[in-house]
Design a protein. Structure first.
Length: 71
């Protein structure tokens, strides 16, 4: 809850949990932060990141419960 990651996100996709309607994301993030590996080093954006910036419905289209690789 330090807020450091918010300004680092180029798509402005990280919101503070104090904003209205963020409760569902708090639980979502709690669930997956306990299951997925930690990322402690900056990585390059995915090749399609810029094209998907601002796209709606990304959670339904692209989300997978399978964890990534972490560091």
């Amino acid at each position: 809850d330090c807020g450091v990651c918010e300004p680092e996100c180029p798509a402005d996709a990280i919101r503070p949990d104090t904003e209205p309607a963020m409760e569902k994301w708090v639980e979502f993030n709690r669930t997956y932060s306990e299951k997925w590996p930690v990322i402690t080093q900056r990585k390059d954006p995915l090749p399609e990141a810029e094209a998907r910036d601002g796209e709606t419905g990304k959670l339904d289209k692209y989300f997978s419960e399978a964890p990534g690789t972490g560091d």
